[in-house]
Design a protein around this ligand. Structure first.
Ligand code: ADP
Ligand code: ADP
Ligand code: ZN
Length: 218
């Protein structure tokens, strides 16, 4: 199964992809995570991406297509993959189509999570993750079960993203509406777009996604 999670920053793509990865036993490719790792490691791509990400803008299509091409080719997951954060422009979507055609792995579904801009700001302002295993949390909506301890790996260290500020969110939402939203009609026209209400509680969103997956695998 080849899935794309689509939606604005803070919509819950990463949260749902984390759950789906386990359920479907496929690989999850998050371009945001890849870029943050590149920034941390100080690679050439990381150096170029750092300022762009802090400004809440999109990293160039060139870099992104190169990054995903290397990973997608390396994947040894026979069951497929979930893309979280890619593609974000029509140029990226077209490049992805070419890659997948040559791999004979067509897209199964594009799942759009719909959430209002006002709620996204709240979600992003309260987001944090485990510094060790990357599990995602929220101050109000998804706190750790035991205070200060990661549910998944027991670590006591957490991080917040540098771009998760109320100011940067505005640019990121603008970038989404201007550059990424055109992907909705693009995938709609291919007949593989499914929209899910991302405003519901995390567990209910998961249930909705599972229903969509069941209805398409029949
Ligand atoms: P994205 O990957 O789309 O940017 P995340 O999955 O990181 O979004 O979610 C953003 C924040 O909102 C996280 O802190 C997450 O715990 C929280 N969150 C995710 N889904 C929901 C939901 N359905 N209701 C409330 N909070 C959510
Ligand atoms: P979110 O989960 O909030 O949607 P991501 O973690 O996916 O954010 O991405 C963080 C930042 O990394 C983006 O604001 C952008 O600067 C950059 N980025 C990630 N994926 C892409 C992409 N496919 N194209 C361009 N820039 C990207
Ligand atoms: Zn952890």
């Amino acid at each position: 199964m080849q899935l794309i999670m689509l939606g604005p920053p803070g919509a819950g793509k990463g949260t749902q992809a984390e759950l789906l990865e386990k359920k479907l036993k496929v690989c999850k490719l998050s371009t945001g995570d890849m870029l943050r790792a590149a920034v941390k490691a100080g690679t050439e791509i990381g150096k170029q991406a750092d300022a762009v990400m802090k400004a809440g803008q999109l990293v160039s299509d060139d870099i992104m297509i190169r990054l995903i091409r290397e990973r997608i080719a390396n994947i040894d997951c026979a069951n497929g993959f979930i893309l979280d954060g890619f593609p974000r422009t029509i140029a990226q979507a077209e490049a992805l189509d070419v890659m997948l055609a040559s791999m004979k792995k067509p897209l199964s579904l594009v799942i759009e999570l719909t959430v209002n801009d006002e709620i996204l700001v709240e979600r992003i302002a309260g987001r944090f993750s485990c510094a060790k295993c990357g599990a995602g949390y929220h101050d109000t909506f998804k706190p750790t079960k035991a205070a200060g301890i990661c549910d998944v790996c027991g670590s006591k260290e957490f991080t917040r993203r540098k771009d998760d500020t109320r100011e940067t969110v505005k640019s990121r939402l603008e970038a989404y509406h201007a550059q990424t939203a055109p992907l909705l009609p693009y995938y709609q026209a291919k007949g593989i777009l499914r929209s899910v209400d991302g405003m519901a509680e995390i567990g209910d969103v998961t249930l909705e996604i599972n229903k969509v997956l069941e209805s398409t695998s029949k």
